[in-house]
Design a protein around this ligand. Sequence first.
Ligand SMILES: [Zn+2]
Length: 349
Amino acid sequence: MPNACQKEYGPGWAAAIRLPRIRIPCSYYTMHAAQTKTILCLAPIITVALAAWLEAGPERVSIDAVARSYGYPRPHVSDTSLTLRSNYSRLEFTHGNRRMLVNGIVVMMNDAFIYESDKASVARIDLETVINPVLRPQDVDAPRASRLVVIDPGHGGADGGMSGNGLQEKGLVLDISRRVSDRLIGSGLPVRLTRYGDHSISLGERVRRAKRWQAAIFVSIHINAADNRNAAGFETYVVPAKGFYSTSSKKLDLRSYPGNRFDAENTALAYQVHRSVLSNAPGADRGIKRARYVVIRDAPCPAILIECGFASNPTEARRLVRSDHRARIANGIAKGIVRYYEVAGKEQP
Ligand SMILES: [Zn+2]
């Protein structure tokens, strides 16, 4: 029987996909017999990896290689989607789309899934910094020794943030942030808020504080609003990989930002928090999305920005005004953060 962790993450390994990047050193010709034996043992893996690399090209990875790596049986293909399913997890891709479902959670990739002429592939960057961190969070770097969680309540002071149905963002997000902090401290994690009162604070200063305090992770908390009153649900943002579009922008930005050092950790953190919020509070899953918001783009550590519902939606506004609903959201965020600390960089038993 698989234990709980194996059940969740599966037995897969991504080595086959990474190995082509290994450079054989000059000392290859002087290696000892034991090393030769190791290389020979790795030969089948290298062969599979090389075949996958040749099949899809250097920037893309074939779905067959992904399936082999994580122990999925043959994919199920329909007119519009391709599904990889095992006893442990389920990935569902939509043809020509960046939208992916991971165990039912919406995750936006950097690049589209492509299915053409019977060949299906994802971008290598999405395998390495989106799919693998979600399926195998033990492969990402563990939080730094400070363990400090910096919670960033959006807006404040003269900047009230979004408003709608009599609600204003700055007060709601401070309340949720305080609740998250209480729960994390109760779990033994050190926490600091970028603001504890109704103060104006620049985006740059929020980042500088996280840096000065040596934050291990940074979580910015916001409430959404939209002209469309039907828009509703939770969104969690991470920075797009270098050179890729934001989820809802056509503006190409080729620069690399400080937050890109943590592409894999960002997604691992977003996944744990986003799915925890969805299972603790009522609300639609609008997905893990990508945007170069300053606080996550320039963060000195893994960072996410979560939008906890729409003040402009009458149903969500009625919920947000209730403290028990805000407590549920905070509970979900805190549980997701604790889970991230439990799994990031730690080999599962
Ligand atoms: Zn906001």
